[in-house]
Design a protein around this ligand. Structure first.
Ligand SMILES: [Zn+2]
Length: 204
């Protein structure tokens, strides 16, 4: 699991964290701004009417401009959520169909410092959904899902097992000082995660 690439597989394939909802997010933001403004206007109006003795000012829910903005925000929120969900369904379906054993890292300990807050929040949310989808789809298809501790998986060479020490997050590629092989940080980590899972499966 990653932030820029949402899923990185041990066979080298990567699935991007797509912000394909950018256009929709813009529309949503447009309506959110309007919603806030219209809400304030309506509240002011209600206050004004109360102050001047109108016994029964109409409730907020009867301000049609406000309600329209509210509906638009809800509409765009739903569209964005649906697009994201569709994408995650596609990824997980492919993963489960193509593999008999899927090993993923336990993300509780994942170190994501240094990443942009928003992309981290999106990735976080997507990982949770991804894991859930993998869990039930593996069950449906009779496939095995293992979750392993990612400890040291981004520093050990998946080729020879040499422990090269901690790599800072900005080091995306490195050469193993022992066997000399060139590594993509994320793909190497995913190979290590697979190896951990295979070990676990054998011990059981
Ligand atoms: Zn090596």
């Amino acid at each position: 699991m990653g932030v820029c690439d949402l899923v990185i597989c041990s066979d080298g394939s990567k699935y991007k964290t797509i912000r394909f909802d950018k256009k929709l997010a813009k529309r949503k933001h447009y309506w959110e701004k309007r919603l806030a403004r219209r809400r304030n206007q309506a509240l002011k109006d209600i206050q004004y009417k109360k102050k001047f003795g109108l016994i029964d000012p109409k409730p907020l829910e009867q301000y049609s401009n406000y309600m329209k903005a509210k509906l638009m925000v809800a509409k765009y929120s739903e569209k964005i959520a649906n697009q994201r969900k569709d994408y995650l369904h596609k990824i997980t379906r492919k993963l489960v169909e193509d593999n008999d054993l899927i090993v993923i890292e336990d993300l509780k300990t994942k170190n994501l410092l240094g990443n942009h807050k928003l992309s981290r929040a999106i990735a976080n949310q997507s990982w949770r959904v991804l894991r859930l989808m993998l869990e039930y789809k593996c069950e449906w298809y009779g496939k095995k899902l293992l979750i392993v501790n990612p400890f040291k998986t981004s520093q050990i060479c998946s080729n020879c097992g040499y422990d090269d020490g901690k790599h800072e997050l900005d080091i995306r590629e490195w050469d193993c000082p022992s066997c000399g092989i060139h590594h993509d940080r994320d793909i190497n980590a995913s190979k290590n995660i697979l190896n951990k899972g295979l070990e676990q499966a054998l011990v059981k």
